[in-house]
Design a protein around this ligand. Structure first.
Ligand code: NAD
Length: 355
């Protein structure tokens, strides 16, 4: 951003948790400030990781932009505050899934880290080893891992579990992913739940309650055989589907582990709750939130690259200004407020959520 000719300031202590001290930001050409309120007030563009409080967004200048993971489907108060302030909100969650926009896709960058961390957590929590071990004291069979939802996080979980030597099965409602699952050396579990489909952005459509019940029935056996179940099933803009029931957990071996990556959007596993680990009939249900935060240096590196790519894309070198108000596909795709209004079709009060 400094190379683009921008005047950048960062909040003091911003990188402390990942061992970047303030001096490193100064060396990169930014100024460091203790006065967050004044910096927000002065900013043409504010870049955040998590959505700010609505009161803080309300202090942005008219025409200023807020870029970050803004949780737009759950933070109507923030959207209202941005609109009222006349600020432009750009939610990284809504970056279109096109080739050009891939480097700005924060959901994908963070999901792949979450998929990796889920397996590392499972390996640490489980009471046995992942790889097959042939030793003089006997042969240990490889651990069995069942991954539910084979999107970005799920595929990374499969790859990580395979690298550790586990036997992996996976299921997704989008049959298109079967080949990707198999190419990672895992078995794709085929379950016929009837018509499923996906949105133009490649997201799953919500299943009916009847379809979900058919899915659960078919999946129970695969859960029962697994030492580790990792769930990553999400339906964009909606609460996550409840997939693993208490009865399915009861069918699992005591000592096995279920990791719920969808815990922050409602949870795929019955009884999981954000930042809670509970034992249900000897099965450890792990619902830790913010898994990318457990590999914070890399999460930061990727999120910074995503946000910087969007800023660079919108920067008009000649006018020396960001083009947040134009009809560029990527900007339009993630723009939630503009000129005093909520403008994203999926978020307008009269709009319909896709899927
Ligand atoms: P996501 O986080 O919304 O959902 C995770 C997975 O859960 C998805 O694969 C979804 O199909 C699955 N799911 C939903 N309901 C389910 C259910 N009841 N049971 C089992 N699985 C269920 O999705 P995501 O990981 O962000 O990505 C979805 C797809 O988009 C992926 O195939 C990915 O390759 C694609 N993608 C494309 C681009 C691009 O072209 N630029 C970028 C990122 C992702």
């Amino acid at each position: 951003l400094v190379e683009l000719g921008l005047d950048v300031s960062v909040e003091a202590g911003l990188g402390a948790a990942i061992h970047f001290d303030d001096a490193a930001y100064r060396e990169a050409g930014a100024s460091v400030t203790d006065d967050r309120a004044a910096a927000l007030d002065a900013a043409d563009t504010a870049v955040v990781v998590r959505p700010p409080a609505a009161e803080e967004a309300a202090t942005l200048r008219r025409g200023a932009a807020l870029v970050g993971l803004l949780d737009p489907f759950n933070r109507r108060d923030l959207l209202d505050a941005l609109a009222k302030a006349g600020a432009t909100g750009l939610a990284l969650e809504l970056i279109p899934r096109t080739t050009l926009a891939q480097k700005m896709d924060a959901l994908s960058s963070q999901a792949s880290l979450a998929g990796y961390v889920a397996v590392i957590l499972a390996a640490e929590r489980i009471d046995r080893v992942f790889p097959m071990m042939i030793t003089p004291a006997g042969t240990l069979a490889p651990a069995r891992v069942f991954v539910v939802g084979a999107g970005v996080a799920g595929l990374q979980a499969i790859a990580t579990a395979r690298r550790l030597g586990a036997r992996v099965e996976a299921y997704d409602t989008r049959p298109a992913v079967a080949e990707q699952v198999q190419s990672l050396g895992a078995r794709f579990v085929a379950i016929d739940v009837g018509e499923t489909g996906q949105t133009k952005d490649g997201y799953a459509k919500a299943l009916t309650e009847d379809q979900l019940e058919r899915q659960r029935l078919a999946m129970a056996r695969h859960c029962a055989q697994a030492d580790v179940v990792i769930t990553t099933a999400q339906v964009f803009g909606r609460p996550a589907p409840r997939i693993v029931t208490a009865a399915m957990l009861a069918g699992m071996r005591p000592g096995s582990v279920a990791i719920d990556l969808a815990v922050e959007s409602g949870g795929n596993v019955e009884g999981s709750a954000p930042d809670r680990e509970v034992e249900v009939g000897g099965v450890r249900v792990v619902g830790l939130a913010n898994l990318p935060g457990r590999v914070a240096a890399d999460a930061s590196r990727m999120l910074a690259a995503n946000a910087a790519a969007l800023l660079e894309h919108a920067w008009d070198r000649e006018a020396k200004a960001f083009r947040w108000d134009g009809d560029d596909d990527i900007v339009q795709g993630c723009r939630v407020t503009l000129g005093g209004e909520i403008v994203h079709p999926a978020l307008r009060p009269d709009g319909r959520k896709e899927g």
